[in-house]
Design a protein around this ligand. Structure first.
Ligand code: GTP
Ligand code: MG
Length: 109
């Protein structure tokens, strides 16, 4: 089973898409200026045929820095199960919950 984690908005990782059961997309929620870039990268990834219907977990990272992530725009084009979880990679917060949710999303898909 493949769960694809993308930490970087530049990473396309297309060679890993075959057989992917879930997409975990990590954004820096403390960097609102680059949110349009993150959204564009996510949109591009989700348009890949291999990811049709594949559930999505958005990790809003760096929540320890008072990140504010506006996700409303996301729902308009998401045609799949998806969830968002705030987390701090540095403090290890929110990650366990996130991957429990990923496992549940995969089971439901
Ligand atoms: N405060 C905080 N820092 C984090 C967290 N996760 C990663 N980092 C730190 O963020 C730094 C990397 O920042 P990034 O935004 O990933 O990378 P960048 O250097 O800004 O480059 P870009 O990929 O262009 O954004 C490293 O020093 C990490 O230790 C977190 O949850 N909280
Ligand atoms: Mg950064």
């Amino acid at each position: 089973m493949c769960v694809l984690c993308v930490y970087c908005v530049y990473c396309v990782c297309r060679q890993y898409l075959d057989g992917c059961r879930a997409l975990v997309f990590v954004v820096d929620s403390s960097d609102p200026g680059r949110m349009p870039e993150a959204r564009a990268a996510l949109r591009r990834l989700l348009s890949e045929e291999q990811l049709n219907g594949v559930p999505l977990m958005v990790l809003a990272n760096k929540k320890d820095l008072d990140g504010t992530l506006t996700i409303r725009e996301l729902d308009s084009y998401l045609d799949r199960s998806w969830e968002i979880q705030s987390c701090s990679g540095r403090q290890g917060l929110g990650l366990q919950q996130a991957f429990i949710s990923v496992a549940r999303l995969i089971k439901k898909s």
